[in-house]
Design a protein around this ligand. Structure first.
Ligand code: SF4
Ligand code: MG
Length: 336
């Protein structure tokens, strides 16, 4: 059967004053119904841009998109704005990092939560408000019948994020895109929001794309992980595969810079040296080669000269041998 969401050879480019930004450079992935895909990468890796393209929220004036985005059999690339508008907030919805930029200070929380429901189902404002109360209850806002008439500034940060989730789920979307939804929250609230999202996913059956720079955040959340670097996917696998047997030197760096992987292995804390690649003038060959500590293990100048491909299935886009991909990181971990 065809996957629920299929992205094939996606290229996204913007024109800027400084030149053409190659934000996404040949990206392919699939997402099954009801599953969670974590897209992990540093800022500028193309992860947010990819998802804005799925939602059709890019600026058509300055953005060039090539490739295929097919949602439940429907082609989204090049679809008329009217089609996308009918899907956004309805069949596909988004939770943003900062609810304050997504919620208007001038309208009550309840009115904003109800808005997509009223728009897509045509119910009355009264019915919309009742549905908003129901959704506030589901996301764990106490006294929802009173709080529905509050303004966003009367909510705490965690409650605003819950309200955003209520708004995103009100039309029962089959695809939910969450872009760093807990980054602005403290650790305790973050954990609560992740639990909530997981529970609601069970209830609503939505597929989720969870975008994050922090592998730890999605360790308990995602089924599969796609690691992005410099606008490209560089590794893909199940959560377990990525966390326990990562194959790409960049993923090794991400894991090593995570505070604590699990209780039985002790990975030293190493931030990855260097900076993310320029998307105006991307490096030749492997985009990670200026930062990679393993180029001398690859024959010739292949790392700087030849772009490694990312084959389908469990794989890493790297010229190291299959043996090296499997052994180097594992051997570097000292068992406790
Ligand atoms: Fe490092 Fe070369 Fe692999 Fe790129 S292809 S990650 S530079 S070893
Ligand atoms: Mg981003």
């Amino acid at each position: 059967a065809d996957p629920f969401l299929s992205v094939r050879d996606l290229y996204v480019r913007f024109s800027t004053e400084d030149g053409i930004v190659k934000a996404v450079d040949g990206l392919s992935f699939d997402l099954e119904r009801g599953k969670t895909l974590g897209i992990v990468g540093e800022s500028g890796s193309g992860k947010s841009v990819t998802n804005l393209s799925v939602l059709g929220l890019h600026n058509p004036q300055s953005t060039e998109i090539r490739g295929e985005i097919v949602l439940d059999g429907q082609e989204l690339t090049g679809a008329p704005e009217k089609t996308l508008e009918g899907l956004r907030g309805n069949k596909m919805a988004m939770i943003f990092q900062d609810p304050l930029t997504a919620l208007s200070p001038y309208y009550t929380v309840g009115r904003q939560i109800a808005e997509p429901f009223i728009k897509h189902t045509g119910v009355s404002r009264r019915e919309g408000r009742l549905r908003a109360i129901e959704m506030l209850t589901k996301v764990g806002i106490p006294q929802p019948k009173l709080r529905v008439d509050d303004y966003p500034h009367q909510f705490s940060g965690g409650m605003r994020q819950r309200a955003m989730i209520a708004m995103a789920l009100i039309c029962n979307p089959s695809l939910l895109i969450a872009d760093e939804p807990t980054t602005a929250l403290d650790v305790t609230v973050q954990a609560q929001i992740l639990d909530l999202l997981k529970d609601l996913q069970q209830e609503f059956g939505s597929a989720i794309i969870f975008i994050t720079h922090d592998l730890g955040v999605i360790a308990n959340m995602a089924d599969d992980i796609l690691v992005m670097y410099g606008g490209r996917a560089i590794e893909r696998g199940s959560v377990k595969e990525i966390l326990t047997t990562p194959q790409h030197p960049y993923t090794w760096g991400l894991l090593s810079s995570m505070p604590r992987l699990s209780s039985d292995i002790d990975v030293p804390l190493h931030p990855i040296p260097g900076t993310p690649p320029s998307l105006l003038n991307p490096p030749s060959g492997c985009p990670f080669h200026p930062r990679c500590a393993f180029t001398d293990k690859v024959d010739g100048n292949r790392c700087s000269g030849e772009r490694p491909a990312l084959p389908a299935g469990r794989s890493a886009a790297c010229h190291l041998t299959a043996e090296q991909k499997q052994s180097i990181f594992i051997e570097s971990i000292q068992p406790r």
